[in-house]
Design a protein. Structure first.
Length: 397
């Protein structure tokens, strides 16, 4: 088990010295049990926000409405939240109101999954009323209490269940999965940005293929991501072996699902233009014949490709088609190392050189430069200013 850092333990000790209870809670407890270094330290306490503010010299009221105060020390920070219970969730996302309570068990009962519903105190040990430690041992994601109620309260939990399964390498409990499928229609009530963020985190994990389970259970039907036919058994392996890059994994996901209207879906999920355009470009390139020769590769690079994009494309193509493209990657590296030109900017002459040698500015310059680039792509040794000017004059004659 990973041990909490001294500054975090000191925060708990100071709260308890003031006469209150305090526990590490949520994801940091789960990660400690998995011997992972938590990225955040969350503490639940019987102390009210104003009590925490009075105990520590430096605090920030980050979520005072919900009882959360961030305690800042020289070594690190932790969010301290008063034990609380929550009212109904009329929007299926946020509680209509919260009320403070004095019982850690009540506080844990409002949480989403058992692996996130544990508390730990260096002095009192573990508080685990819902069997989170056993579920960690069995690698299960299971909702706290009635899963249908948990998803009714916050529909984003449906996607979070799959995200935790992907990140931790766990399986979703049968009852929790059944409820997720039954409540799939509620995902239409979640902001698309939040859905996109959860899916991004799945694609950034070691188990991106879990996204296919989300589709199979109808959870993304509302935004047009559906499975029109049974995926081949190799689809999971293909997606898992794609480059760990969001554009590549989204492109592979759509490619394997044979999704139409990808641009509309990406816009609905509010992707930034850079990512959207890269996904669409990768999908477009996957439809074309694979470049095999140095000339073929340079012609692709001339089509607004960067070597980095072309490398990502080759790795994606390799994963989706289960073929070795190391020879193409070697050719690409040789092109780069030798400095062989594949764009007009890499030619030994430019438009000004042509104008100085009698070519009228305008369309003729562009036409000649494109013609010279085609020549040099096939024969890099001709990329010499004197030679290119001679060839340019022949083009004009």
């Amino acid at each position: 088990m990973f041990e909490p850092p001294a500054f975090a333990i000191s925060i708990i000790e100071k709260i308890e010295s003031a006469g209150y209870e305090a526990y590490f809670v949520g994801g940091c407890v789960r990660d400690m049990l998995l011997s992972r270094n938590p990225s955040d330290w969350d503490i639940a306490s019987s102390a009210l926000p104003q009590d925490i503010i009075s105990i520590f010299p430096k605090t920030v009221p980050t979520g005072i409405k919900y009882g959360t105060v961030t305690v800042i020390t020289d070594e690190g920070k932790a969010e301290v939240t008063t034990f609380r219970s929550e009212s109904s969730y009329s929007d299926h996302r946020r509680p209509d109101g919260v009320s403070f309570c004095s019982n850690i068990e009540n506080d844990l009962s409002r949480r989403d999954f058992t692996v996130n519903a544990m508390a730990y105190s260096p002095r009192r040990g573990f508080i685990d009323p819902f069997g989170g430690r056993l579920d960690i041992k069995n690698k299960k994601i299971r909702a706290v209490g009635n899963p249908s109620e948990r998803f009714e309260e916050d529909a984003l939990r449906i996607l979070r269940a799959f995200r935790f399964a992907a990140q931790l390498g766990f399986e979703i409990d049968c009852g929790t999965l059944k409820a997720a499928k039954e409540k799939a229609f509620l995902t239409a009530k979640i902001s698309t940005e939040r859905i996109r963020n959860e899916l991004n985190r799945i694609f950034e994990s070691n188990n991106p293929q879990i996204a296919f389970e989300i589709v199979a259970n109808g959870i993304l039907d509302f935004c047009g991501i559906k499975s029109k036919e049974n995926l081949q058994d190799t689809a999971n392996d293909c997606l898992r072996s794609t480059p760990l890059s969001l554009p590549s994994r989204w492109a592979a996901f759509f490619y394997l699902l044979k999704t139409r209207n990808v641009k509309a879906i990406l816009e609905k999920l509010h992707f930034d233009n850079h990512t959207k355009n890269k996904v669409l470009k990768l999908l477009s390139e996957l439809k074309l014949k694979l470049p095999m020769t140095p000339v073929d590769i340079k012609k692709r690079l001339a089509n607004d490709f960067s070597p980095e994009f072309f490398t990502e494309y080759l790795n994606l193509y390799s994963a989706l088609n289960n073929i070795d493209l190391s020879s193409q990657l070697s050719i690409l590296n040789e092109i780069i190392e030798r400095g062989e030109p594949f764009t007009q900017k890499m030619l030994a002459i430019n438009g000004n050189d042509l104008i100085e040698n009698g070519v009228a500015s305008g369309p003729d310059c562009g036409r000649i430069l494109r013609s010279l680039l085609d020549i040099v792509i096939s024969n890099p040794s001709l990329n010499d200013k004197k030679t290119l000017l001679t060839l340019a004059k022949r083009t004009l004659s």
